[in-house]
Design a protein around this ligand. Structure first.
Ligand code: FAD
Length: 478
């Protein structure tokens, strides 16, 4: 394969598939045997889907730099442009006399509409325009319920149908070299969003394709043991931490499936652990099919009657929740973990989300927006589907009357308090159940630990029993 050529090039438009491994659009371009222009466009048009939140954007920029380095190591580079994708593509096509564009699909309604229009225009011009599935095991329209012919509304039968189809699929390895055009188009400098103040993101993460593979290997060789149970304990390194890598497509779910099957077949991991892990990947698939078939999922309750829910307007309470100052240590630890690391353990996401929605009666959309800003893995499908799940207004959701008890969840899932004390160090002197309900500690215990409730750590902002009763009453009023 020559490193440069005068043959008409093909553009590969990278979007949320920031990898070279198992990238079908890239593979299709390679099959053409033409020079490849690797392009990323910062969509600045008014019709674009929601822009990434602060931490997710930081991640993306780190990932773009890694992708550029990987491309350069193969004789190519990443071309970065800002603008309306339709116009940018048209300009770059003209500049390099490209024969067309290949890309990986996205599933937010605005993206689908934009891509459909772009494809049509390019084809009308007689150019190549093809899109591929790079981020899901199944297209959102592929798995349908026999009874209705439509999408599944409940996860268990959905995942059963996926497994019955078979999760195996063909994988492409990263190419060793990429044919580049004689002259690359002009590129803007790659963006470098800085991390939000107070966050130590590089201490916690390694964005990019290589980091994704390391995370997968570490998980399958060391941390997956007992996943079904241990994944509930936030102090344990018992989950894969692959979510931000998946968000930006630094690894394909097909690669994750293949590696998991291989580890199961070789006996390196328990079949049950591997299956449970794959089912979580299945929840991601389920969220994507929900979003695809319900494009309004980001701001409209899937169960319509919840639109009439009597939410409280309580900006001070919302701020206290965001700042990890609710007076409930397991909630505060989660909210502070989010601020510091751009991540929150799944169990604690459920507890903190339930607290906002049910104890504070604040609209789930406020919480969703905050998570969107703060999460490295903030994902258009997973975030909205999960918030609707906790609120009880989503598909296959937890019933509204399931209210996580922030006093009992702590001793159950963080018994030794390791997680809670990491993020609420002012509570270090407390232990056992009092750690999770400091107001029940004897005053001499608080004094000796120099804890002054209301000063060094907040008093609980609501009484658990009263808040629970209020939430149930509000629900009954629907
Ligand atoms: C309120 C709330 C908001 C959430 N927001 C997001 C979000 O924006 N982005 C996101 O990726 N996940 C979100 N989740 C789901 C889940 O918390 C994270 O995917 C998980 O904590 C990521 O950690 P991990 O990669 O170590 O997970 P693992 O346990 O290792 O799971 C493997 C992968 O499966 C997928 N997954 C796991 N649980 C879920 C789930 N419940 N729904 C959909 N996919 C899942 C993720 O891609 C994850 O990386 C949210 C959950 C809640 C309760």
């Amino acid at each position: 394969m020559s490193s440069s050529s005068s043959v008409s090039p093909i553009l590969v438009w990278f979007r949320q598939d920031l990898r070279l491994d198992d990238n079908p659009a890239l593979e299709a371009a390679l099959q053409l045997g033409a020079p490849i222009v690797a392009l990323f466009i910062e969509d600045s048009s008014s019709a674009c889907a929601r822009a990434p939140g602060a931490v997710s954007r930081w991640w993306r920029d780190q990932s773009l730099a890694k992708l550029d380095a990987d491309l350069r190591a193969r004789g190519s580079q990443l071309i970065f442009k800002t603008g309306d994708p339709a116009e940018v593509l048209s300009r770059v096509i003209d500049e390099v006399c490209a024969r067309g564009v290949y890309w990986s699909r996205q599933y937010e309604a605005q993206d689908v509409a934009r891509d459909t229009a772009i494809k049509e225009t390019l084809k009308q011009r007689g150019l190549l325009a093809e899109s591929y599935n790079a981020s899901l095991l199944f297209e959102p329209w592929e798995i349908t319920a026999k009874s209705t012919g439509g999408p599944f509304k409940v996860f268990t039968p959905y995942w059963r149908a996926c497994r019955a189809r078979g999760l195996d699929s063909h994988l492409w390895s990263a190419p060793r070299a990429l044919p580049a055009p004689e002259t690359q188009p002009e590129s803007e400098a790659l963006p470098q969003a800085s991390a939000p103040q107070g966050a130590d993101l590089l201490g916690a993460w390694n964005p990019g394709e290589a980091g994704a593979r390391t995370a997968l290997d570490l998980f399958l060789t060391q941390n997956i043991r007992g996943y079904d149970e241990r994944r509930n304990f936030p102090a344990e390194p018992a989950t894969s931490r692959l979510s931000p890598h998946l968000r930006w497509g630094e690894i394909s779910p097909r690669r994750i499936v293949a590696a998991t099957f291989e580890a199961q077949a070789s006996g390196a991991i328990q079949t049950s652990d591997g299956d449970k892990f794959l089912a979580e990947i299945g929840w991601r698939e389920f969220a994507y099919q929900l979003m695809f078939h319900n494009p309004q999922i980001q701001d409209t309750c899937l169960v319509e009657k919840f639109e009439a829910f009597p939410w409280r307007q309580a900006p001070d309470d919302l701020e206290a929740w965001k700042n990890g100052q609710t007076g409930y240590p397991i909630v505060d630890a989660g909210m502070r973990e989010l601020r510091r690391t751009g991540f929150m353990h799944n169990r604690v996401r459920m507890i903190t989300a339930s607290f906002l929605i049910k104890h504070l009666l604040i609209d789930w959309r406020e919480g969703e927006k905050w998570f969107w800003q703060c999460l490295a893995d903030a994902d258009p499908a997973n975030n909205t589907a999960s918030w609707q799940w906790v609120a009880g207004c989503g598909a296959d959701a937890a019933p509204y009357f399931r209210i996580f008890n922030p006093i009992l969840q702590g001793p159950k899932f963080d018994k030794a308090g390791v997680y809670t004390k990491t993020y609420c160090p002012e509570l270090e002197p407390l232990s056992g159940k009092t750690l999770f309900a400091p107001w029940t500690a004897k005053s001499d215990m608080l004094d000796s630990g120099q804890i002054t409730l209301g000063k060094s750590y907040p008093n609980p902002m609501v009484n658990h029993e009263a808040a629970r009763a209020r939430a149930l009453d509000s629900f009954k009023s629907l």
